[in-house]
Write a protein that binds this ligand. Sequence first.
Ligand code: SF4
Length: 704
Amino acid sequence: MTVTSTDSCRTTCPYCGVGCGVLAQGGTTPSVAGDPAHPANAGRLCVKGANLHETTGHGGRLLAPKVAGRRVSWPDALTATSEAIRQAVAEHGPGSVAFYLSGQLLTEDYYVANKLAKGFIGTPHVDTNSRLCMSSAVAAHKRAFGADAVPGCYDDLELADLLVLVGSNAAWNHPVLYQRMKAAARDGRRVVVIDPRRTATSELADLHLSLRPGTDTVLFNGLLVWLADHQGVDQDYLSRHCDGYELALAAARDAAPDLGSVARQCDLAEAEVETFYRWFLETPRTVTGFSQGANQSVAGTDKGNAIINCHLATGRVGRPGASPFSLTGQPNAMGGREVGGLANTLAAHMDYQSEADKALVTEFWGSRQLADGPGLKAVDMFDAIHRGEIKVLWVMATNPAVSLPDTVRVREALKRCPTVIVSDCMADTDTTAYADILLPATGWGEKDGTVTNSERRISRQRGFLPPAGEARPDWWIISAVARQLGYGKAFDYQAPADVFREHAALSAFGNDGQRVFNLAGLATLGDDAYDTLAPIQWPVLDTAAGIVTGTPRLFADGVFCHPDGRARLVPIRTVLPVSQPDAQRPLVVNTGRVRDQWHTMTRTAKSARLLQHRAEPFIDVHPHDLQRFGVADQGLAVLENRGQRYIGRVRRAEGQRPGEVFVPIHWNQCYTGAGLASALTERITDPFSGQPESKYGLAALRPF
Ligand code: SF4
């Protein structure tokens, strides 16, 4: 059925950071179409978005609250939840309670969860699956710019004469944005893809650099040296707007002194490295997009800063067609960052490190005991649960039993935790199996609120279907628990608009322009204006004339968010993956998404159409390794890592580097029992961001 804009609900796709606008229609046969008026997609949808209607409906839904496996009323479920928290705090202190949130939550849900945990229970242990997605980019932004702010916008990816994509298979993971990049092809525009694998995105590349995994910092340090040695550095921009150039250049010379050294370390040909460097040097309009291939690394933050260093050195930040650009994975990872969903941040992009920020948040919320953070980041949080230090864990809208590295230990931790509360729209996930208390949450099509995409654009997600069974919005569930805990006055929300106004007001509270995240122009939105809010990019300031405007680009004036207004180049030394292949585990394992599935498949697997693209777990193997390990194309094989197994269908893949395999992250025990990709990766994290090294594991391969 074709849906027209006149009879449809205008909402946003929940599957990736592109944040496409959707026109949806409810009723007995829900249907969807791309929203021509949404700036992110102008009517386009990828196959996941186009089949959204197939993933609505009651099949597999969690329809009623449960405590200890028995169906209970909402009042009983809320009492059980609040009593578990109250008891843990009374006996073990606020730090014995942890929240594990998700980039699938709406900003309003995220805000209320963060406020309850950090502001009222007083625990700093609030983290999110966004830790696995883009926390390295967050840390890199903060080091370079003084704030976690993406300087550019999607238009820049089209305006760029040189588009560099680092660790990004955008064709599969940001499909509509990839369509935009592809449509921008023109004479004189070039695309460089930097990725160990040859992927669908490589088809767009004029140059594909299939570098050795983990050597991205070497490549970009080498670029900084090349720019310095070929009059490619904008000394005027550096002297007026940046600090740290000399130290960064010295570190770069140490790590990547010349082309030969870079080529050897990255396992590339000198000529192709030189071509990339020459194109970067001679193309003022350059955008470098980086994604999970850079972020999910023991050196993820350094990779981001090595890229940003080159953009600062050339003055290419926040200008049309010239910027570094972090491609966010999840639909609302950015919204979670806004409300302080990460363990090391406070609400509205404020910081624990600042006493002034803590005082502002305390005053605004009327907190009795603001958490004395930072709290435990995802991997450390589950370690603390494993050690018995966390007594109550509340998981919302995510499936850590599948997605976190070293899943055996994560499952042990969930089993050991005295009380596991899970709010989810789905009934049977690998994580709900460990829940003592199950709280049914509304799903896409039923929820109402906002999300923020990769270009800082806030869009409304609107409900057009009735809630399934007894499902309730997450903000409602959290607020109800808060009221039972005695914090009623601070959680007296009647609708998501109430939460959004408060979130916007906090961003403007005591904000004299030093904090870039500012929604002053939205702090007094009426209910009708919230309902009809058009997509808008933050910061959203209220001008003197009362005109509310968004902000497509940041830092074009060279004024950054460090207290002195200057950006920082960061010295980057080479940090390679901790373990190298050996006789027991001779293969490097890379993990990632496939085009038509989302995360742990709890929703996308409901669509038969989406399962057609890749119907089962697989292992992409280079032809050389088929022979080496005696496995057959299309046969079943086992990857083994310290006793953990992943079974998949072998696919001959010329695009793999020899000695490296690729496996998808999606399939879980509920669907296959064939093992998890995350069992093949270790609990190794970036020291700055805490992001796990999910792009690099080690395993042995044999026929099944
Ligand atoms: Fe949804 Fe992303 Fe596809 Fe757009 S590109 S339709 S946001 S999954």
